[in-house]
Design a protein around this ligand. Structure first.
Ligand SMILES: *[C@@H]1O[C@H](CO)[C@@H](O)[C@H](O)[C@H]1NC(C)=O
Ligand SMILES: *[C@@H]1O[C@H](CO)[C@@H](O)[C@H](O)[C@H]1NC(C)=O
Ligand SMILES: *[C@@H]1O[C@H](CO)[C@@H](O)[C@H](O)[C@H]1NC(C)=O
Length: 202
C-alpha cells in the first residue's frame, strides 16, 4: 500500500513516512491476528453447551372455525429457555414464534428481544392470533375432529437471531431454529398441560 506513495513522490521526507505507514500497517495487522486468535481460543474453551427449550404451558382462546373454513383463534404459549452455560450469555435479538397444524402455519408473532445471562432460565410468553386464516385440504376436517375430541396436537416453531457473549467478546449473529412437536393442547382450561421438549438446530 505504501509503495505507490514512494514512487510518485520522490522527496527526501517521503521514504521515512512510508516506513512509518508500513510499521503502523504491520502493527494493525498483528493486532487483528491476535484478537482473532483470542476470539477463536476463548470460543473453543467455552464452547456453549446445549441450550434447552420446552413449551411449559399452552392454551387456545376464542377458537372459531367458520363454515367457509376460516380460522379465528388466539394461541398462548409459555416457552422456557434455559442457558446452562457458566461463561456464555446470549442476546436474543429477534424471536419469531409460529404455530402449525399438519404443515399449515396458523399464526406467527414476534416475541420481545431479551438478554439472557449465564446459567439462567427465562420464560417467553408468545400470543399468536389466527385471523381469517384459510385452511386447506384435510386441515379443516381434522381440526374439527380434534376440536370435538377436546385435544389438539400442534407444532411450535421458533426462529431466533442470537449472539453469544463471552466475557467482553460478542460473536456474530447466528440463526437458531427450535421445533417443539407435538404440543398437545386441551381446549378446556384444565391445568393438564404436559411439557413439550424442543429440538434445537443452529
Ligand atoms: C365465528 O365466526 C363467524 C363469522 O365471523 C361468526 O358469525 C360467529 O358468530 C362466530 N362464532 C363464535 C362462537 O364466535
Ligand atoms: C434470568 O435473567 C433475567 C434477565 O436478566 C432475570 O430477570 C431473571 O431473574 C434470571 N432468572 C434466573 C433464574 O436467574
Ligand atoms: C381435555 O379436556 C377434556 C374435556 O374438555 C377431557 O375430557 C380430557 O380428558 C382432557 N384431555 C387431557 C389429555 O387432559
Amino acid at each position: 500500500m505504501a509503495q505507490p506513495l514512494t514512487q510518485s513522490n520522490p522527496q527526501a521526507t517521503k521514504p521515512k513516512s512510508s516506513m512509518l505507514l508500513r510499521y503502523i500497517a504491520i502493527i494493525i495487522l498483528a493486532l487483528i491476528i491476535i484478537v482473532g486468535l483470542a476470539v477463536l481460543i476463548s470460543w473453543l474453551v467455552v464452547r456453549p453447551k446445549n441450550l434447552q427449550y420446552s413449551v411449559e404451558d399452552a392454551s387456545i382462546h376464542n377458537f372459531n372455525l367458520t363454515d367457509a373454513n376460516h380460522l379465528y383463534a388466539n394461541f398462548d404459549f409459555t416457552i422456557r429457555s434455559k442457558n446452562p452455560n457458566s461463561k456464555v450469555s446470549l442476546y436474543y435479538d429477534s424471536i419469531e414464534v409460529s404455530v402449525r397444524y399438519e404443515d399449515q402455519t396458523l399464526a406467527t408473532n414476534a416475541v420481545q428481544p431479551f438478554f439472557q445471562p449465564h446459567k439462567n432460565v427465562t420464560r417467553m410468553h408468545a400470543r399468536l392470533t389466527a385471523q381469517t386464516v384459510a385452511l386447506y385440504d384435510s386441515v379443516p376436517k381434522d381440526l374439527k375432529l380434534e376440536r370435538s375430541s377436546g385435544d389438539i396436537a400442534l407444532d411450535v416453531f421458533i426462529r431466533a437471531r442470537i449472539r453469544f457473549k463471552v466475557g467482553l467478546l460478542k460473536t456474530r449473529h447466528r440463526t437458531l431454529r427450535i421445533s417443539c412437536s407435538p404440543v398437545l393442547v386441551n381446549f378446556s382450561k384444565a391445568k393438564s398441560f404436559e411439557r413439550a421438549y424442543c429440538d434445537v438446530e443452529m
